[in-house]
Ligand binder design. Structure first.
Ligand code: RFL
Length: 388
């Protein structure tokens, strides 16, 4: 069994297969140091925590993660809070940065005797019509190599070799450009509020998400074509303060900006998530906008479903789970995509002409009003927001 990529999807899969006695190798382009420092997600759903607990992979997040259960909306119509951890199914998030989770998963996999080949880039997956697919690779010095397995798990993200190797027409790609870009920021500064902050402002969206006591993630909606260099620290903090209405609701705790990346909000879903012996999971299967913090959670869920299917087939000769894998995961993926799209529409002001808000903008304000005032809407939101 060959696994491409040592992100959350590939490493959960590797841990589960190795524990079940299925021989596998993980091929990873990056170095261990790069993996351990690549900061991305931070909000883990309760279901993700349950999956990791079920397989003995939750030690680090229980020691160092913090539960988080409130979000605060700041809008032109005022401020309101939703204690989502006590609404819906009553489930909070656990805040635990993705690079720490990846570090834990990697350590556990290697300590158990699992193999990861770092600095090994998968180039193509060949032989997808047969039962012995071959992955061609090159190492950090450009030397070529090959790996074969009964199956190949494509957990190598949206730009990986798995997607590239799919023959034209074998898989459909449903794609949506949300038409919005965010500047994703990591600031060396304590959180400014004890909640996830969503600020809806005529100058654009601004978001605040705790990561650790000393590092906070912020987002600022920016123009398409904008680059990180357009955003020096002072401009970032002034714009965040304006959009988060710091003058009304309290100052932001400023600090040096450690990382700034422009993210175009895009979603796609590949269908089916399998072509012959090549199975896709995580971002390789579906890219989701970060508006609802679902990507890493879907990756873990899909890895568990895939691991169970592979163990059933390879250890017990029962291939039904492999046949059902795509449908089972697509059900969850489309629900997450729907909520993420709903969040995109909730959080962004549509530019109007001549200062007149367009139809869409009235709908957005009504949606926020329902969320502020309707208990059943709040329960629905909590269930969607904290679940996968
Ligand atoms: P990853 O984590 O991208 O890992 C893929 C791995 O594959 C390697 N790779 C290759 N290796 C060998 N050969 C090749 N040809 C290769 N090509 C790539 C890469 O080096 C990498 O190690 O994918 P995976 O495992 O599917 O996990 C997906 C998540 O990383 C992603 O969905 C989330 O980070 C999305 N996301 C968030 N998700 C959440 O659930 N909650 C959040 O709060 C959240 N915040 C975010 C996010 C994504 C962000 N960005 C950068 C788009 C915040 C941001 C800013």
């Amino acid at each position: 069994m060959v696994i491409l990529g040592a992100g959350p999807a590939g490493l959960v899969l590797g841990n589960l297969l190795h524990a079940a006695g299925v021989g596998c190798v993980v091929l990873e382009r990056a170095t261990p140091a790069q993996l351990r420092t690549r900061q991305r997600a931070g909000f883990l759903a309760a279901n993700t925590v349950r999956i990791l607990e079920r397989h003995g992979l939750a030690g680090g997040l229980h020691r160092h993660g913090r539960t988080h259960a409130t979000c605060e909306f700041r809008t032109e119509d005022g401020r309101f809070r939703l204690d989502y951890g006590h609404l819906g199914r009553g489930e909070p998030h656990t805040v635990y940065p993705q690079h720490l989770l990846v570090t834990d998963l990697l350590t556990q996999y290697q300590d158990a005797g699992g193999t990861v080949l770092f600095g090994t880039e998968a180039v193509t997956v060949q032989g997808l019509d047969g039962t012995r697919p071959t992955v061609t690779v090159r190492d950090a010095d450009g030397r070529p190599g090959r790996w074969q397995g009964r199956y190949v798990a494509g957990c190598d993200g949206r730009h990986g070799a798995a997607r590239r190797s799919l023959p034209p027409g074998s898989v459909r790609r449903h794609h949506l450009d949300h038409g919005v870009s965010w500047l994703g920021l990591l600031a060396e500064a304590p959180p400014s509020l004890d909640a996830v902050g969503y600020a809806v402002h005529e100058r654009g969206f601004a978001g605040h998400m705790a990561r650790t006591p000393d590092v906070t993630r912020y987002y600022l909606q920016c123009e398409r074509g904008s680059t990180p260099d357009d955003w020096p620290d002072d401009r970032i903090w002034d714009e965040l303060a304006l959009r988060m209405r710091a003058a009304d609701h309290g100052p932001l705790r400023r600090g040096p900006v450690l990382d700034r990346t422009v993210v175009h909000l895009e979603s796609d879903v590949l269908e089916p998530l399998r072509h012959g012996p090549l199975l896709l999971a995580g971002d390789a299967a579906s890219l989701i906008s970060p508006s609802a913090a679902k990507g890493a959670n879907l990756a873990v869920l899909e890895a568990e479903v895939l691991a169970r299917a592979l163990v059933d087939d390879l250890r017990h000769g029962a291939p039904e789970g492999i046949a059902r894998y795509s449908d089972r995961c697509l059900h969850h993926i489309w629900r997450a995509q729907e909520f993420s799209r709903w969040m995109v529409r909730l959080l962004h002001v549509a530019p109007g002409s001549d200062g007149v808000p367009p139809f869409h903008d009235h709908l957005r304000r009504s949606r926020l009003a329902s969320l502020r005032t309707s208990r059943s809407c709040q329960h629905w939101f909590a269930e969607q927001y904290a679940g996968v």
